[in-house]
Design a protein around this ligand. Structure first.
Ligand SMILES: Nc1ncnc2c1ncn2[C@@H]1O[C@H](COP(=O)(O)OP(=O)(O)O)[C@@H](O)[C@H]1O
Ligand SMILES: [Mg+2]
Length: 305
């Protein structure tokens, strides 16, 4: 059995008697991307900072590459991108990246990294003069330039414009291709859907669901099939052709909705039925659940709230 890149078991942390991390467990498989997905205040940063060795837990165990988080030998093997950023404000962008690269035995090429993150134009600009989004991307570059085995990225794309977000996503995908293990936190479900092998959904310090994106969006899913056809078709006849448990309605006129387990048989039944009535079903759409729907079902709240 290979050692997990990160193993968290029964983690607890309270502030002023209030549990902000409340028995949280997760496993990051080596060479994969795990997204800790949850709304603001869910306890994501607290969890990550305990794993990074910056805060201590009240209870539970954490193993980072098989070692306790405070183990000094981890510094060279783990990359950290803090939520609040963190750098030497007076240094120029490229200088800082070269400095951090020099601490590593086999760093990535700093200039290439600046290019990939859209920072080449500001390579000679001091950190304090960079925009917030540029500081954030430099912080990401600093986290990965030393070619770590494991990277912690806390809300890496929060507040970035679409181009910078895409560049960040591409870098995370490249890390994954290189076999780096990545734990990222996000409150953006599209980010988790795009990047993560595994998603751990957290709310109020607890894990509310764990699985691959496909598993989470499939669980208990009642699918919806929508289509358009001539108004007033005979739905009673459709229902007799559909599996037991399906429902069908027309609303508004000419817009049809079938709910049930959407599989090829269901699609075939619908098209055969409409053809039997001399009508052509058009604009067939299968609506699938998103992680946003999963979170709403589990907590009754919206992720972005
Ligand atoms: N050092 C601290 N002292 C007191 N409360 C804290 C501290 N750090 C975090 N919290 C509280 O813990 C909760 C979880 O915060 P955090 O881990 O930052 O969540 P997230 O990163 O998911 O937004 C929040 O209610 C926050 O106010
Ligand atoms: Mg946070």
């Amino acid at each position: 059995m290979t050692t997990a890149a990160l193993e968290v078991d029964g983690l607890r942390k309270a502030y002023a008697g209030r549990a902000v991390v409340d028995g949280l467990s997760l496993t990051l498989r080596p060479g994969t991307v795990l997204a800790l997905l949850g709304p603001n205040g869910a306890g994501k940063t607290t969890t990550v900072e305990i794993c990074e060795g910056f805060r201590t837990a009240d209870a539970g165990t954490v193993r980072v590459l098989g070692l306790p988080p405070a183990e000094s030998s981890l510094r060279a093997r783990v990359g950290v991108m803090p939520q609040a950023g963190g750098a030497y404000p007076g240094l120029r962008c490229a200088e800082m990246l070269r400095l951090v690269a020099s601490f590593s035995a086999s760093p990535l090429d700093p200039d290439d990294l600046l290019e990939r993150l859209g920072l080449s134009e500001v390579a000679r600009t001091s950190y304090r003069r960079l925009s917030g989004g540029q500081q954030q991307r430099l912080s990401l570059a600093l986290a990965v330039v030393g070619r770590p085995e494991l990277v912690f990225l806390d809300e890496p794309t929060a507040g970035l414009d679409p181009a910078a977000r895409r560049a960040t996503w591409e870098l995370v995908e490249a890390l994954r291709r290189d076999g780096v293990s990545v734990l990222l936190t996000t409150h953006l479900m599209d980010e988790a859907e795009r990047l993560a092998d595994d998603v751990v959904i957290v709310d109020a310090g607890r894990v509310v669901a764990t699985g691959t994106v496909a598993e989470l969006t499939r669980t208990g899913a009642v699918g919806q099939l929508r289509f358009r056809a001539t108004p007033g078709l005979d739905l009673e006849q459709l229902l007799t052709a559909l599996p037991v448990g399906c429902t069908a309605k027309e609303s508004p006129s000419g817009d049809y909705l079938v709910e049930g387990v959407v599989d090829p048989q269901l699609l075939a039944a619908v098209t055969a039925w409409s053809a039997g009535q001399g009508a052509l079903a058009t604009d067939l759409r299968v609506e699938t659940r998103t992680l946003e729907d999963v979170f709403l079902d589990l907590t009754g709240r919206e992720l972005r709230a």
